[in-house]
Design a protein. Sequence first.
Length: 475
Amino acid sequence: MAPVTDVVIVGGGPAGYEAALVGAQLGGNVTLVERRGVGGAAVLTDVVPSKTLIATAETMTALGRAGELGIRVAGQPDADLARCFEVDLRSVHERVMRLARAQSADIHDRLVEAGVRVIDGSGRLDGTHRVIATTNAGEERLNADITLVSVGTRPRELPTARCDGERILNWTQVYNIETLPEHLIVVGSGVTGAEFASAYQALGVKVTLISSRHQVLPGQDEDAGRVIQDVFTRRGMNVISGARAEAARREGEHVIVTLGDGRQIEGSHCLMAVGSLPNTEGLGLAEAGINLTPSGHIQVDRVSRTSARGVYAAGDCTGVFLLASVAAMQGRIAMWHSLGDAVEPLDVRQVSSTVFTAPEVATVGISQADIDSGRIRALIYTRSLATNARGKMQGLHDGFVKVFCLPTTGIIVGAVVVAPAASELIHPFALAVRNKLTVDEFANSFTVYPSLSGSMAEAARQLHLRAAEAVAAQS
């Protein structure tokens, strides 16, 4: 009988629990140490709660389009349907947290059913082959042939804008408030800031968004960011671009945010969305020979190995790509590699991601910035959804499909979709990028008429002509 491999996982977020399931499946003796609850921040305070809140906001956004679609309030033909409803934020937040706890419980049950031992406590490394778990009952030393560190991150705070959980909030604390803010100031226009700004605006809150860049979503496709900022401002959001928040302080029931140029913005609440920090302190990582970046993230290779033999790391604490889907894949890859199964190294060029604003922004593969900088030669075609038949039927006015392909072969190497449910629409492009499909192969697949996906196929058809022109120009 082959010896059993002891696997200890520190951190039970998507990277940790997915790794635990794979490790148990491959015959490992798996122990998972998690201090906050299975699912980690992604399930309990981050991804699941925020996207549940956004689901409520999407309903309000749809109500805002009702009049255009011919839906009226009975007996009040001139009434704005969206204004006939109010948001009970306390009930919304209760549902948010109830669903988060339920998701955590479901994952816990799956782990136990798979044979994983779950320890409620914190873990730290004692060398490379032992983990010390600290629980309410004391310390327990766990032997580890394989160790996976997946401890995630926490919201970054400015020393001059400490969060109090009541008026100055980080994204884990917004669910503490029970009534809609009178005026929410969101500091930071990256993914987190833009998503919450979009959601609270849809819920009927006055929102001011402070962006240190020239437009929102600076890390995303520039055309997509332009659309989102236009939507924000058209719906009444005050977007302050090119401004850096230096401090935030509470004065009674108000919050004052001071900008770098001396301006002061007053609101009822402030959400600080200024990045995150890895939870890698005090884990014995450096003592175990594990290399960290200057920011404190764990350095890993494409199969999640650290610099210490037998120790792997996965998830946001590695800083590779701050997405739950990537964290989960890193965790699986770590187990496949360490336990001798077939493994394909992580390729971030195949990662699809979404910003859950209204409309959503979804991307996969290379970016237009890669092309504009000359790093990659590719052809581009953009098709507005304003001409899409299904979009007209649904009252959609904003959004586009953008596709990138190699100039000679026509192989699709990236795409951007800005649309409602772009998170669902991006999947065909993700398959195309992974399987190196050409624009012809993509366009020749049937799409439903009418559908938003029809514009995706049409974009590919247009690139066929451009690819042919590129080949002709070279001959």
